[in-house]
Design a protein around this ligand. Structure first.
Ligand code: TMP
Length: 231
């Protein structure tokens, strides 16, 4: 079966630690699939719709130390409920392949690493997106140190820490390099480990890709998986 026929109407997610190169890989795959004549819809989570982008601004531009982890988790879910209804489902119906930057797998890893219960995350996810889960989730894996190096700790997060509950920890990437440097790294290691061990009940196929190579090498690994798997 051609890649075009295999991927028509499918929903594919790219996820992984910060700095894993998701954006580059989505772009490379989108170019390849478009060249084969397949309709490609790009999506990103959080965001990807006008309403979702507003929610993203709240999540990434707000003093998270004032936000309860449950509120944060709901906001991620709210953004993707909108994304699924407004962008993903219509694109799938139209026969496009949807390439989405992050999804519920990210909540499992990031909010999971902050101590939020994984069962709850999946339950909320089911409520938010119904049956619209990806058929395939790529986890692009890089060691946390490498991810830090690649992002240069992009200054798009507030850098604020939760003060009130040590168990909740740091939820979004911290831009401050300070005496607490080892703590965010430790948090990001937990995130990585949770990506590598998503729960068996996570819907759809999960494929872990070594993303330490060059963009072209990683792209080839993704294509090999797409050739091999049944979706
Ligand atoms: P990104 O644009 O790099 O994907 O930024 C999104 C940030 O939000 C990233 O640090 C991961 C984090 N995040 C969560 O904590 N939970 C989630 O559910 C999602 C989708 C992202």
């Amino acid at each position: 079966m051609s890649l075009k026929d295999k991927l028509t109407g499918k929903f594919i997610v790219f996820d992984g630690p910060d700095g894993s190169g998701k954006g580059t890989q989505i772009r490379l795959l989108a170019e390849k699939l478009k060249a084969e004549g397949l309709g490609v819809t790009l999506a990103r989570d959080p965001g990807g719709t006008e309403i979702g982008d507003r929610i993203r601004q709240v999540l990434l531009g707000y003093d998270l130390s004032k936000m309860d982890v449950r509120c944060e988790t709901f906001l991620f879910m709210a953004s993707r409920a909108q994304l699924v209804g407004e962008a993903v489902e219509p694109a799938m119906k139209a026969g496009h392949v949807v390439l989405c930057d992050r999804f519920i797998s990210a909540t499992c890893a990031y909010q999971g690493a902050a101590g939020y219960d994984m069962g709850r995350i999946l339950e909320l996810g089911r409520f938010a997106v119904g049956d619209t889960w990806p058929q395939l989730t790529f986890i692009l894996d890089v060691p946390s140190e490498e991810g830090f190096r690649r992002t240069g700790r992009k200054p798009h997060h507030t850098g604020n820490r939760r003060k009130h509950d040590g168990n909740q920890g740091l939820l979004l990437q911290d831009i401050e390099i300070d005496a607490m440097e080892s703590r965010p790294l430790e948090y990001h290691r937990k995130v990585r480990n949770l990506f590598l061990a998503l729960p068996p009940e996570y819907p759809g196929r999960i494929e872990i890709i070594d993303a330490t190579g060059s963009p072209e090498q990683v792209h080839q690994s993704l294509l090999e998986v797409l050739e091999r798997v049944d979706l």
